[in-house]
Ligand binder design. Structure first.
Ligand code: Q9C
Ligand code: ZN
Length: 664
């Protein structure tokens, strides 16, 4: 199951034909450089290339009015003067004799993508299109958009495939008001958008883009707006919103399909967004969505006006769609105050609609209005003139994203004798007898009472971790006699011999002895159903869930709201995922956990399980190889005491771990 790439040069064949400062950034080169970068990086070749088609009238009428379609149909025959005149009735958009043709191809490309994903011909994909879509409305063009590609795609899959729930993630830096209007009363489409807002001072300057606009009637709660009230938002601001708003709600909603309004004007260097998130953040945003809906994800290009930033961001997105390990999420700070304020407002506005947000801090109604309407003077900071500003943004520099290479071996396994190596994995064993020095050290430290078999297994694990360090192997699975011993042994080797930071995630009640975790070389997060005797500290975090890991809802919410923020801020070079016997975790939840953790440490994750857990081998390897985890279905409310326990833990830890913050 591959990744689709849909592109046609024809969509570069229209442009602005007169002078309009508002529209000059929307140029054909946007597509040329995006596709060019995919070719140059060998990414286009790794995708399944699918031809575009022309959308039909029926497709367009799924969202737009007949009057509007008939009006647009006339534009190919208009003179330049008529086109200018026609354009005037809309905001920040231009027409061209060939734009109607391109708009039909852009929509057709989007529908080709969803058809191929829905029929299982590919797992996911990207449509590189012009004109974009998310601003266009039932009877109006807007913001460079003619037909609403993504909104139409959502209606189309509902009608053609009977899809019950669609999630639309709009990470473009503008509010896709056209998408919002299409689904404001429709609970089957969850629309999430973050956007530069500046208390309504930024285009399209709409009251309905604010956090307290949540959808109408049956659709109440299924519109989620995250306004950015300041520019220069960074990676950690974006990730905070994913961890504490989008992902918990998305998992509770459980979409059958994820559509992304993939605008890259939210990246650094963009003259519209003026944000500071780097292109590699899209590797993570994409990865974090890829285990929803069984992996069915369709990304459709919207904005993105800095050609260099755009091309890099597109490549990062496609790398992740193809399953390449994401770059380390380095140097994350906590969210800035303005982002925290938005985060708190959104969570508060949505707490009555989503059980995962029930415990969110409430904002008194009086507070809401003051948060909404900031005093004008407050925002009157450095007002540079336009020319100066443009120069500054153009001069913006950021490091080139690191090359993403999948190691020659994706997943290696160390299994007991007689257990078959799963497909696509590589059986790992020592090529020679274990180094006597290593064995002696092992005996001294870990296996005084163990047999030679243990020594061979542990030596293999050490060799495996060494190969992961050298990036010759990406991930591994080992079934061992004693998981606690193997865990201590690997953690010690990685932190001393390789001087790495190791994130240890333990799942289950089995006793896991912890030592030396206060030096920051290991961060241990232990999920269990027993109150822990361990002393909680910055680097040793027992998470006690009454139903343990057997309640999918409570467990997943703890993973999204606690483990992932901790892991991203800690930025380990190795993840050790340990399942102790009788953990009670079901395969699909385990696969979600394994999938999500691969966003860390460049995908370097070693899974340790007890040697009799044979039935776990296939599902675990499947996740390690990059297959999407199966959907968990709509999640019910988590047990209240578990929600409270996780919330209390987060409150205690947020001083040490800034990505856990959800309030100012
Ligand atoms: N300073 C998309 O990103 N405003 N559309 C331009 C120029 C309109 C953006 C003002 C921006 C429309 C798909
Ligand atoms: Zn945009």
């Amino acid at each position: 199951m591959g990744t689709a790439l849909i592109y046609d040069e024809e969509m570069t064949r229209y442009k602005l034909l007169w002078v309009d400062p508002a529209c000059k950034i929307e140029v054909p080169e946007r597509l040329v450089v995006s596709y060019g970068a995919l070719v140059e990086n060998g990414l286009a070749d790794r995708c399944v290339s699918i031809p575009v088609r022309e959308a039909t009238d029926a497709d367009i009428l799924l969202v737009h009015s007949e009057e509007y379609l008939e009006a647009v149909k006339k534009t190919p025959y208009m003179t330049l003067e008529e086109l200018k005149e026609f354009t005037l009735q809309y905001g920040d958009v231009y027409f061209h004799p060939n734009i109607y043709h391109c708009a039909k191809l852009a929509l057709g490309a989007t529908l080709q993508l969803v058809d191929n994903v829905m029929t299982g011909k590919v797992r996911n994909g990207l449509a590189l299109v012009r004109p974009p879509g998310h601003h266009s409305m039932r009877s109006a063009a807007s913001g460079f958009c003619i037909f609403n590609n993504v909104a139409i795609a959502a209606q189309y899959v509902k009608q053609k495939y009977g899809v019950k729930r669609v999630l639309i993630v709009d990470w473009d830096i503008h509010h896709g008001q056209g998408v919002q209007y299409s689904f404001e009363d429709d609970p089957s489409v969850l629309y999430f958008s973050w956007h530069r807002y500046e208390h309504q001072k930024f285009w399209p300057n709409l009251r309905e883009s604010d956090f307290d606009v949540v959808g109408k009637e049956k659709g109440a709660g299924s519109t989620i707006n995250v306004p950015w009230n300041k520019v220069k938002m960074q990676n950690s601001d974006y990730l905070s919103i994913f961890f504490h708003v989008l992902l918990p709600v998305a998992y509770e909603f459980s979409p059958d399909l994820v559509l992304v309004c993939a605008g890259f004007d939210s990246a650094i260097g963009d003259p519209e967004g003026e944000m500071c998130a780097t292109p590699d953040i899209f590797a993570h945003l994409t990865h974090l969505l890829m285990n929803l809906a069984g992996g069915k994800l369709c990304a459709v290009l919207e904005g993105g006006y800095n050609l260099k930033s755009l091309a890099q961001s597109v490549c990062q997105t496609v790398h992740s769609l193809l399953g390449d390990p994401a770059p380390r999420p380095a140097n994350l700070e906590g969210p800035c105050n303005s982002a925290l304020e938005s985060l708190q407002c959104v969570r508060s506005a949505h707490r009555k609609y989503w059980s995962c947000l029930k415990h969110a801090a409430d904002l008194p109604t009086s507070d809401i209005s003051t948060k909404r309407i900031k005093l004008a003077e407050d925002e009157e900071e450095e007002k540079l003139d336009e020319v100066e500003k443009e120069k500054l943004i153009a001069a913006m520099v950021w490091p080139q994203p690191v090359k993403r290479v999948t190691p020659p071996t994706r997943t290696a396994v160390v299994l007991p004798d007689g257990v078959a190596c799963p497909d696509r994995c590589k059986h790992f064993s020592l090529s020679e007898d274990p180094d006597p020095l290593v064995v002696q050290k092992l005996r001294e430290n870990f296996i005084k009472d163990a047999d030679d078999k243990d020594a061979v297994t542990l030596s293999s694990l050490i060799a495996l971790v060494d190969k992961m360090e050298k990036n010759e192997i990406c991930s591994g699975l080992a079934l061992v006699r004693d998981v606690s011993m193997a865990m201590r042994c690997v953690a010690q080797h990685a932190t001393t011999a390789l001087s790495n930071r190791v994130l240890v995630v333990c799942v289950g009640d089995g006793i896991v002895p912890h030592r030396g975790t206060d030096d920051g070389k290991t961060l241990v997060v232990h999920f269990s159903s027993k109150e822990s005797e361990e002393q909680e500290c910055k680097y040793l975090i027992p998470v006690c869930l009454k139903k343990g890991c057997s309640d999918a809802s409570g467990f997943i919410q703890a993973v999204l709201g606690l483990l992932l923020p901790l892991g991203y801020e800690y930025d380990p070079s190795l993840v050790l995922l340990v399942q102790t016997p009788g953990s009670g975790i079901c395969d699909s939840v385990w696969q979600q956990l394994t999938g999500l953790l691969q966003g860390l440490a460049q995908g370097h994750i070693l899974v340790l399980m007890q040697e009799d857990e044979r039935t776990c081998i296939d599902p675990t390897c499947s996740s390690l190889l990059g297959d999407a985890a199966p959907s968990l279905g709509q999640l019910h409310a988590a047990p209240p005491e578990d929600v409270e326990a996780v919330e209390n833990l987060r409150q205690r830890l947020k001083a040490d771990w800034k990505l856990l913050q959800t309030t100012e």
